[in-house]
Write a protein that binds this ligand. Structure first.
Ligand code: SF4
Length: 460
């Protein structure tokens, strides 16, 4: 069979999947394939999938249907499903789509080269067995030239009763701190200015690394990692996601307040504002603990931006319990809140429970929550008006080529007039002139120094 020439990767789901897709693209580049804009023209078609909710999972089947038809016309087309649906379905996916050549779970992303070789030898391959994720040496094909994703821990050992992640991404595997630092050094050398450190449950970083002690205290914590990578030359901004309130420590908050490169933006999913629901979710914290975490962050970093995830319509959720979620959102005032209606997932405990909430009630609650989220986000955006904010320019405003776009340290998308070729990768002081719920507009201020983040008031 002639070596395929071009490839196309479609990515669904979270930042972890985006980072995996960038690495898989880098592997295909290294094998001499060329990226192709159109999936219907490519010789190798890869779908990197998500199964966090049913609608995410269903999406890939419609795409696969079209490609399977194409394969009958073009037998040397190589069809690959990667990511969480691949891990969840495994062999069953071959029965559903016999035209598939390769089904590979997220843990196998770095092995794409070897797996593709087996396919080119005429095999139909399923790679979903749990493995130790090897460090990947190929250069990821990153979407941005300014901001980079860097995985620090794969998988999750939590057992939230609604979540498929532990079942599809496996046990926690922290990358060695030296390997992470080496990747950031290389990124700094290549001109990257911002790095987002990634993990499904990033606060658990290090607890599986050698040197972890039986009493649970371990020598490599995520806070230690932040200190270990903070002085990497060229990298001006550090971000991280996704945090877990159960493991979010005051030591981490103090480190973020102390380390200038760490941006004052925290993504800490709370999921529900009701303690009985949090217990049924097996989240391991109360809404009171969550509120204390946010209060401590705002005490030390008054301008900090807070984003989160919330689920409505979890099995058994009553109107009163839903109102506890509304109350928490009202009280905290999130800069951004990703909301979703509960979706029963295969293999998760909550999916088997009798007390499922009806789709109508879920829809109603989601709409009410989204209305409140928009109001609170607009209120939060007001604090930027008239400020001079540091904007790291990431690229051109896709809707207006005369403008560039970037983010505040609080991760608020910002647009202003400017020449992208000159400003990309620069941190520019911008006076904010217009605010919207989820984005800002401003004017570049030459010579002006952006307002430094407000210093915490010395506690008496
Ligand atoms: S912490 Fe819970 S919700 Fe997050 S990935 Fe792990 S199991 Fe899923």
């Amino acid at each position: 069979m002639t070596a395929p020439r071009t490839y196309h990767i479609t990515t669904f789901g979270c930042q972890m999947n985006k980072a995996d897709s960038e690495r898989m693209a880098g592997i295909l580049d290294a094998l001499g394939l060329e990226a192709c804009e159109d999936a219907n023209q490519a010789d190798v078609v890869l779908y990197n999938t998500c199964t966090i909710r049913d609608n995410a999972e269903q999406k890939v089947y419609s795409y696969l249907g079209r490609q399977a038809k194409r394969k009958h016309q073009q037998p040397d087309l190589t069809l690959i499903v990667a990511g969480c649906v691949a891990q969840q379905e495994g062999e069953q996916l071959l029965r559903r789509v016999p035209e598939l050549d390769l089904v590979m779970g997220p843990q196998h992303a770095n092995r794409l080269g070897d797996l593709l070789e087996q396919v080119l030898d005429g095999n139909q391959v399923v790679a979903t067995e749990p493995i130790h994720i090897v460090e990947d040496i190929t250069k990821p094909r990153r979407d941005s030239a300014v901001c980079a994703w860097v995985n620090v821990i794969y998988g999750c050992n939590e057992r939230c009763t609604y979540c498929v992640v532990p079942g599809v991404r496996g046990q926690e595997q922290s990358r060695p701190p030296d390997a992470i630092r080496a990747e950031l050094v290389e990124l700094g050398r290549q001109g990257y200015r911002e790095v987002t450190l990634l993990g499904q449950n990033i606060d658990a970083y290090g607890r599986d690394l050698p040197g972890s002690r039986s009493d649970g205290r371990h020598s490599h914590t995520f806070t230690d990692l932040l200190y270990a990578v903070h002085d990497v030359p060229g990298i001006e901004r550090l971000r991280f996601a996704t945090s877990h309130p159960r493991y979010f420590t005051e030591r981490l908050i103090r480190a973020c307040a102390e380390l200038p490169k760490v941006c004052e933006h925290f993504h800490i999913p709370f999921q529900s504002g009701d303690n009985a629901i949090l217990k049924a979710m097996a989240r391991g914290y109360t809404h009171e603990k969550y509120r204390r975490i946010i209060a401590k962050i705002r005490e030390l970093m008054p301008q900090a931006a807070i984003s989160a995830d919330a689920i409505v319509g979890f099995p058994g959720e009553t109107e009163a319990q839903f109102e506890n979620t509304l109350r928490l959102v009202e009280d905290i005032g999130f800069d951004q809140l990703n909301t979703a209606a509960y979706s029963p997932r295969p293999g998760t405990p909550a999916a088997r429970w009798e007390n499922q909430v009806s789709e109508d009630v879920k829809r109603d609650r989601l709409q009410r929550l989204n209305r409140l989220v928009e109001v609170k986000a607009a209120e939060r955006s007001q604090r930027y008006l008239g400020n001079i904010e540091e904007i790291l320019v990431e690229g051109e405003n896709p809707k207006n080529p005369a403008q560039v776009m970037g983010r505040t340290r609080g991760n608020r998308l910002t647009f202003f007039d400017g020449d992208c070729a000159r400003l990309r990768g620069q941190v520019v002081p911008v006076k904010i002139t217009q605010v919207r719920a989820f984005s800002l507009t401003g004017e570049g201020v030459t010579g002006a120094i952006a307002q430094p983040p407000l210093q915490p008031i010395a506690s008496p």
